[in-house]
Design a protein around this ligand. Structure first.
Ligand SMILES: [Zn+2]
Length: 134
């Protein structure tokens, strides 16, 4: 039997309450029900825009590695994120999604550089669907 305190995923999501239950349900279905979960204002934004918040998240990754032997970090951005100014900052939904894909790509590269052995997944939460960005 596997160590009960070992699982694969640490997820980073925004604090926005409109998306939390759906996001957690979605992760749970795909991560065998157990995972580490961190919320930050703007999710990818803390990795890109704040050295202090980035280091704090890196400390959480280190802890998840040490205590739970995680293998993957899932970075989860969402539509209409207030930390990024919301949907009104973009000319349409596609432009908004593209913006988040770029942010997630940059954030994922930073995490990957620091933790090369971890798989980093990028995920975008829309109003009606959640998708993994390839
Ligand atoms: Zn948000």
């Amino acid at each position: 039997m596997n160590n009960l305190h070992s699982w694969d995923v640490l997820a980073l999501s925004c604090i926005d309450g409109r998306f939390i239950k759906r996001t957690i349900d979605w992760i749970s279905e795909r991560a065998d029900g157990t995972f580490d979960f961190r919320t930050e204002v703007g999710s990818s934004k803390v990795i890109l825009d704040s050295e202090i918040d980035k280091e704090r998240f890196f400390n959480i990754i280190e802890t998840s590695l040490k205590l739970h032997s995680i293998k993957e970090v899932w970075l989860i951005d969402h539509i209409d994120c207030g930390a990024y100014g919301g949907s009104k900052e973009h000319k349409n939904k596609d432009a908004e999604k593209q913006f988040h894909i770029e942010q997630l790509n940059k954030a994922a590269a930073i995490v990957k550089e620091k933790f090369p052995k971890l798989v980093v997944k990028k995920i975008y939460v829309d109003w009606d669907k959640i998708e993994v960005i390839e």
